[in-house]
Design a binder for this molecule. Structure first.
Ligand code: TRP
Length: 449
């Protein structure tokens, strides 16, 4: 069996694939605007602390369990405990992860379709095809269905290629383009009038906001979503990691890249908003807060690009291509979760597993698109607000309580003979045992009440 499983060819390939999963719409879109409306530098600071104090240990739990068992989440969690009842809970949790990952993909695919629509509409408008261009950027059910279908087909074609020739190859190609585009766009926007005001709002900390419970819930939610935690995405990527790699350090690099890119995106989005302000585009809502989420991406930024003529055309295209790439390297990691399960648990070929999982999730996206008002927000809430933290707690509990200490140490020693002396070994096991489950539970309960 083990020989048939995929394995990342290189450390860089793994880091780019896992960072590709982590870096997505959440980083470039969610993080900067949340920072802006939650105390600027104060949110940035809280986010950094939570990312390393809570999300990184949870990420390590997934990566280590994956690498140790070389299995999908359901079989991996089923393998850790000795007790049969607990094994069953582990397997069911894995299936919960698979369902949650599929739900996340079903709404993510719709949003990603919008990004692709905007990315193609600018060049089309430039060559005179204004009608098609308008159709692509105007909300309608046929448009949503078409673009989501195209995006899902793209995601499936990458996943069908397998770990090395699909996921790793495309992450290696796309991630450098993503980072370069983001850097170039931010540098350019920073030279424009108004940019410095946005930058100072982003970086100036308003510590009075830090103590608000909402800020903590938001920051933890973003950190969890951003690192793709809870649903078995990182677990399955970890399971394709070679036994020669030192998991604590590659995991840290993935977390650093993810956080780094979110922070970098702040250097683009907030300055861009204040550049738009200088040019007469409305950037505040009636309550005086910054416009965010879909209004920001699909109205404020396009209105800004419209004030810039030809440069605007290039910027807009680059920006939406960037968003589409970020979405694709994330969506493949979500689809890989059910696909790996179907292959390993039910013996399907990768092709069949991808077709089955991809078309089912695509069909569910279609259902959401047809009942947009009713389902879109609901699916997001169920999967990200409740599903992810709940599953995250179980994963930490399994790693902390049901994984024998010597087996865990043996796993760490695979490529680090001195693992016992490292701070990671001294801190992390206690951390996933107590700190992570308790804090995640507290924040989860608060967000429900
Ligand atoms: N982390 C990605 C983002 O920031 C999205 C993502 C990919 C994800 N895989 C996931 C979120 C699994 C939750 C669970 O956009």
């Amino acid at each position: 069996m083990a020989a048939q499983r995929g394995e990342f060819r290189s450390r860089l390939g793994f880091i780019l694939a896992a960072a590709g999963s982590a870096v997505g719409l959440g980083n470039i879109w969610g993080f900067p605007t949340q920072a802006a409306s939650n105390g600027g530098g104060a949110f940035l600071f809280t986010y950094l602390v939570l990312a390393f104090a809570l999300a990184y240990p949870a990420l390590m739990a997934e990566l280590l369990i994956g690498r140790h068992t070389h299995r999908n989440m359901s079989q991996a969690l089923g393998a850790l405990p000795h007790h049969n009842g607990l094994k069953r809970i582990g397997m069911l949790t894995g299936i919960g992860g698979l369902v949650t990952a599929s739900l996340i993909l079903s709404f993510y695919g719709i949003v990603a379709g919008w990004m692709m629509g905007f990315a193609t509409s600018y060049p089309l408008a430039a060559i005179g095809l204004t009608q098609s261009a308008d159709w692509l950027i105007t909300f309608s059910t046929p448009r949503n269905l078409t673009l989501t279908g195209v995006f899902m087909a793209l995601t499936m074609s990458v996943v069908m290629g397998g770990v090395e020739d699909g996921i790793e190859r495309w992450s290696r190609r796309l991630m450098p383009i993503l980072i370069a585009t983001l850097v170039v766009l931010s540098l350019y926007v920073l030279t424009l009038d108004g940019a410095m005001k946005g930058l100072s709002i982003y970086l100036r900390p308003d510590f009075s906001k830090i103590l608000s419970g909402d800020l903590l819930i938001d920051a933890l939610g973003s950190a969890f979503f951003s690192l793709s935690l809870g649903v078995g995405t990182m677990l399955i990527y970890g399971s394709y990691l070679s036994d020669n790699e030192h998991v604590p350090s590659v995991g840290a690099q993935v977390a650093l890249l993810d956080v780094g890119i979110a922070v970098l995106a702040g250097f683009l989005i907030l300055p861009a908003m204040y550049v738009a302000d200088v040019r007469g585009v409305a950037i505040f809502n009636a309550a005086g807060g910054l416009l965010s989420e879909d209004t920001l991406i699909f109205s404020v930024l396009p209105a800004l690009f419209d004030t810039m003529d030809t440069v605007g055309l290039w910027l807009a295209t680059a920006f939406f291509v960037l968003m589409s790439i970020a979405a694709l390297t994330s969506s493949i990691s979500m689809l890989e979760v059910p696909v790996a399960y179907l292959i390993e648990r039910h013996g399907l070929s990768r092709r069949r597993a991808t077709l089955l999982a991809g078309t089912s999730i695509g069909a569910f996206s279609g259902l959401i698109a047809l009942n947009f008002e009713r389902l879109f927000g609901l699916v997001i809430t169920i999967s990200t607000r409740y599903g992810q933290p709940l599953l995250g707690i179980v994963v930490c509990l399994f790693a902390g309580w049901l994984w024998q200490r010597d087996a865990l140490l043996a796993e760490l020693k695979k490529n680090d003979a001195a693992a016992e002396q490292r701070w990671f070994w001294k801190i992390w096991p206690l951390y996933v045992k107590w700190v992570c489950p308790v804090i995640i539970s507290v924040i989860l309960v608060r967000s429900i009440l």
